[in-house]
Design a protein around this ligand. Structure first.
Ligand code: HEC
Ligand code: HEC
Length: 196
């Protein structure tokens, strides 16, 4: 009766009890601890933090992992589920996307090879002269041509050179206009536009 009156009072004050009447902090700690001890044996934490699931989905995910060998004690399951479904619920913000670092990708793609042999400063001038009308002043796309800065073709040097030399569909080829070195300068400039 007393508790009921208290709840009414707090509701009236516009601050309804946000959490259920259990010792949340303890439950959170147990949940987190259970997670650390039982769920990071086979894979990293991001396997979990990248998920956004409902309580029901988390329940079957945990069952699945237990089936695969996660040693979760029966009495810890509730706390673990509470931890997972409150931290990574379908309502929480989407996981942060790690934007790949272009330089890292290039190194992975072409091991040992330097990022580009071009001079980005010269490339910028060439770009304004020859490419900006279609691809926009910053390489991010214009009325006539797509964004180049975000394209994977910047990682594929052979395809890039071929596109610039021969043209692609609505884009004219530049083999008569710019030299191979200038193509490299342009590539260096385009790559430099993309910040990691
Ligand atoms: C015995 C090893 C093992 C343990 C312990 C384990 N997992 Fe997994 N988990 C896996 C494997 C294997 C995969 C699949 C990995 C892949 O697809 O590359 C996986 C995948 C996942 C996924 C991705 C979705 C899916 O189903 O593929 C989530 C989320 C996950 N685990 C959560 C957990 C949680 C939470 C725990 C603790 C209760 C846990 N895991 C414990 C082996 C384990
Ligand atoms: C007349 C307009 C025009 C000019 C000028 C132009 N482009 Fe393009 N470019 C395009 C169009 C349109 C496409 C897309 C072609 C398609 O897919 O249909 C394109 C595509 C490309 C592609 C291929 C993109 C991909 O992902 O496949 C590259 C690389 C490229 N341009 C680089 C350049 C460079 C470097 C210059 C300057 C030397 C330049 N372009 C000048 C219109 C132009």
């Amino acid at each position: 009766m007393f508790v009921f009156a208290l709840m009414l009072a707090s509701l009236a004050a516009g601050q309804g009890p946000e959490k259920p009447m259990v010792d949340d902090e303890d439950a959170d700690m147990t949940g987190r601890q259970t997670f650390v001890e039982n769920c990071l044996i086979c894979h990293g934490e991001d396997m979990t933090t990248n998920q956004r699931l409902t309580t029901k989905q988390w329940t079957s995910e945990v069952e699945k992992m237990v089936g695969w060998g996660a040693p979760v004690a029966q009495e810890k399951k509730a706390a673990l589920l509470a931890y997972l479904s409150s931290s990574y619920s379908e309502k929480s913000a989407a996981p942060k996307l790690d934007r790949a670092d272009l330089r890292g990708l290039i190194r992975a793609e072409v091991p040992g090879e330097s990022t580009s042999h071009g001079d980005a400063t010269k490339g910028g001038l060439l770009y304004t002269q020859h490419c900006a009308t279609c691809h926009g002043p910053a390489g991010m796309g214009g009325d006539l041509g797509p964004n180049l800065v975000e394209r994977s073709i910047l990682l594929k040097e052979t395809a890039y050179h071929e596109a610039v030399r021969k043209g692609v569909r609505r884009m004219p080829g530049f083999s008569n206009v710019i030299k191979a070195q200038a193509e490299d300068d342009l590539l260096a400039w385009l790559r430099s536009r993309r910040t990691p």
